[in-house]
Write a protein of this length. Structure first.
Length: 257
């Protein structure tokens, strides 16, 4: 609640409340500050769509003002952790600015429009008794409880329309209790996109590079470990596994599902 109130105070008078906003960012860990910004933005956009039937240009101006203010702070002499925190928030604000601008250009007039629902949205519900279920990550019709895995200050991946499309596809697969398989040339960011999605949802992602040394026992131990700790497994170069191993692994995955 305090996170949301501080952002609302800033938006009421952005010019005078910049210093208070900066104090709020420095007060909390990067992961919590980022979640506060994401959840407050989603709530603000939905309130505008439900009350006015349109996203006001003032919302875009406030996002741009905050973005410019933080960009100026980066030029100052900052400690490495503080600099990375600001950079992560700037990366998120750039994405929010792009989405807000697109909603205005496409004249989206409903909170149930697919143009809005297809974006990744964070909802904080203080009424739920279970603390672990209060924060939800939504994308289209898929809803997931936030994982609350401490991730420190990772380097955020810049979200492009292609990244959003990949997120949408993978979340729909997870919603159906299935896995996803990004496909493309080497070095295009497939593994990084999966890791970035796990980071957005508060999940620990373990990457395994599959090679000829992987046998059925190794895969069994990995899958058991992933189930026990609740982490995501990203199997790079999965097509290198032999057919007999893939067949046995598919049976194990069906059991997990």
């Amino acid at each position: 609640e305090e996170l949301y109130e501080r952002i609302v105070i800033f938006e009421e008078n952005p010019t005078e409340n910049c210093d208070q906003y900066l104090e709020w960012i420095d007060k909390y860990p990067a992961q919590i500050a980022l979640l506060g910004i994401q959840s407050s933005w989603a709530k603000k956009i939905e309130e505008l769509l439900e009350s006015n039937g349109i996203v006001s240009p003032e919302q875009l101006e406030n996002t741009e003002l905050l973005l410019n203010f933080l960009a100026d702070q980066i030029l100052h002499d900052l400690i490495p952790m503080q600099r990375r925190k600001y950079e992560n928030i700037i990366t998120e604000l750039v994405h929010q600015r792009d989405v807000t601008r697109k909603l205005i250009q496409n004249e989206v007039d409903s909170a149930y429009s697919f143009e809005w629902l297809k974006e990744m949205r964070f909802y904080w519900n203080p009424k739920k008794k279970n603390v672990l279920l209060k924060l939800e990550v939504c994308m289209a019709n898929a809803k997931f409880p936030y994982g609350y895995e401490y991730l420190g200050i990772p380097e955020l991946l810049v979200q492009t329309p292609l990244t959003d499309l990949c997120y949408l596809t993978l979340t729909q697969a997870l919603h159906s209790r299935m896995g996803g398989n990004p496909f493309g040339p080497a070095g295009t960011g497939k593994t990084e996109t999966v890791k970035a999605l796990g980071s957005q949802m508060g999940r620990f992602v373990l990457v395994f590079c599959c090679d000829d040394a992987f046998d059925l026992k190794a895969m069994t131990r990995i899958l058991m470990g992933l189930c026990q700790v609740g982490a995501w497994g990203c199997f790079d170069e999965f097509n290198r596994l032999e057919e007999r191993i893939l067949s046995a692994v598919s049976q194990q995955i069906q059991t997990i599902q």
